[in-house]
Design a protein around this ligand. Structure first.
Ligand SMILES: [Zn+2]
Ligand SMILES: [Zn+2]
Length: 413
């Protein structure tokens, strides 16, 4: 029986059979050509399809996904709205904004489409100009967010110059939520270099086999190119934590940042005292700051006070890791939509905020620190061990190159 027929044969109009994820995984592995047909069928067939469409989309080619997104947009326009239609458009806004360019006017009328502002990265000059005029008239959140995502500095400046002081403050706030610092109307992205995905030699398994398999098949965990930069993860820094005396865990050690990064540290070592970062009982210290001037991160402790965290964590064993340049499709990710399936270990590019964007200021020069890297909890740890990083969130690293300082924060659901 063809994969498509065996797939829909499981659907009785109410529920899928228990082995539907096994079938999806074998289709991804052995019959990828069946996936577009299944995806269009899910869009066209009313019913509850759980997360299947979302789990299938990463395995469509960009052209196949663009055709599916077109199908979804037409259904939205024809009042055939459904969860699956929305899931498809939300993911297209993140992964293939260019496919939505002809439909930005239609999407603009849908204020409740999650993350759809990212589709405006594909906006043309006319679209950015029109948005700037709208924002200058009435500084609404959705339009401000879309204007920021156009990345059109001239249009952003034009809107800024026509706004009242209150409007300018609102626009600057929404700029920050979209990883842009707005200073006197000038838009500065809070990024340090091109997005790379970090891949570790081993991954900590989760609890469900099908979820581990879906994750291991995800394109963001299978990146490899001639431009990959290799390094080490694990171990601890020479100096103990200056706040608690415990071990400062190293999560990434590269000879230097990948080419094009505004990061001069050599080596580039990202480390944090997990006990101090996550000591919820004693009140975590966020952000934690590390001085990299000696080449090794050293904890800043401006007050000189010592603390005793309730739990201490063993650093991960030393293993190899790679930083691979991220294809455009995965440059923007969303923690909720990733749903534990995607690789969210990222270096450079924009962060994946779990909550509102929150950029720390450098304690030395007071400037806002751009984003450097983020880690999720799926890291190589010893048997029975745990990295200690928050399982329901992400850990973020920021960098001030002038002062050679890193800052570490976390956000969780
Ligand atoms: Zn500590
Ligand atoms: Zn600084």
């Amino acid at each position: 029986m063809r994969t498509f027929e065996s797939f829909i044969g499981n659907f009785d109009g109410k529920a899928w059979s228990d082995d539907i994820y096994d079938k999806l995984i074998s289709a991804i592995r052995d019959d990828r050509a069946a996936l577009p047909e299944i995806a269009h069928w899910i869009l066209a067939t009313p019913g509850r399809h759980f997360n299947l469409l979302a789990d299938l989309i990463p395995h469509l080619t960009e052209a196949e996904f663009a055709a599916l997104a077109e199908d979804a947009v037409q259904r939205l326009a024809n009042d055939e709205d459904s969860d699956d239609v929305r899931k498809c458009i939300e993911r297209a806004s993140l992964q293939i904004p260019q496919a939505l360019r002809p439909h930005l006017a239609l999407l603009g009328e849908q204020d409740d489409l999650y993350r759809s502002a990212f589709a405006w990265r594909a906006s043309d000059q006319g679209g950015a100009d029109a948005l700037a005029a709208t924002v200058a008239e009435e500084c609404e959140q959705a339009d401000c967010e879309r204007l920021m995502e156009t990345g059109n500095a001239a249009a952003i400046r034009r809107a800024y110059e026509r706004l009242s002081p209150d409007g300018r403050a609102d626009l600057a706030y929404w700029a920050l939520m979209h990883d842009v610092e707005l200073v006197d109307g000038e838009a500065r992205p809070l990024t340090l270099g091109r997005c790379h995905h970090l891949q570790f030699d081993t991954e900590r398994p989760s609890y469900a086999k099908w979820l581990d398999e879906l994750r291991s098949l995800h394109p963001t965990l299978r990146l490899r190119s001639a431009e990959d930069v290799t390094g080490l993860a694990g171990g601890k820094t020479e100096a103990p934590c200056g706040l608690c005396g415990g071990e400062v865990a190293v999560f990434l050690r590269l000879r230097e940042a990948p080419p094009g990064f505004a990061v001069s540290a050599r080596p580039l070592t990202l480390a944090v005292c997990v006990a101090c970062l996550t000591d919820y009982a004693g009140g975590p210290i966020v952000p934690l700051f590390y001085d990299h001037r000696s080449g090794e991160p050293v904890t800043l402790n401006p007050t000189g006070q010592q603390r005793t965290p309730e739990i201490r964590w063993l650093p991960m064993p030393v293993s190899r890791m790679r930083a691979s340049p991220t294809p455009p499709r995965w440059e923007v990710q969303d923690d909720g939509l990733a749903n534990s399936r995607e690789n969210l270990h990222r270096l450079g590019g924009r962060p994946t905020w779990v909550q509102e964007a929150d950029y720390p200021n450098c304690p030395t020069c007071t400037r806002r620190m751009p984003f450097l890297a983020q880690l999720s909890c799926e890291l190589p740890v010893g048997p029975g061990a745990d990295s200690g990083l928050n399982e329901d969130g992400l850990t973020y690293f920021f960098w001030c190159d002038a002062c050679q300082l890193s800052a570490v924060t976390e956000q969780y659901t």
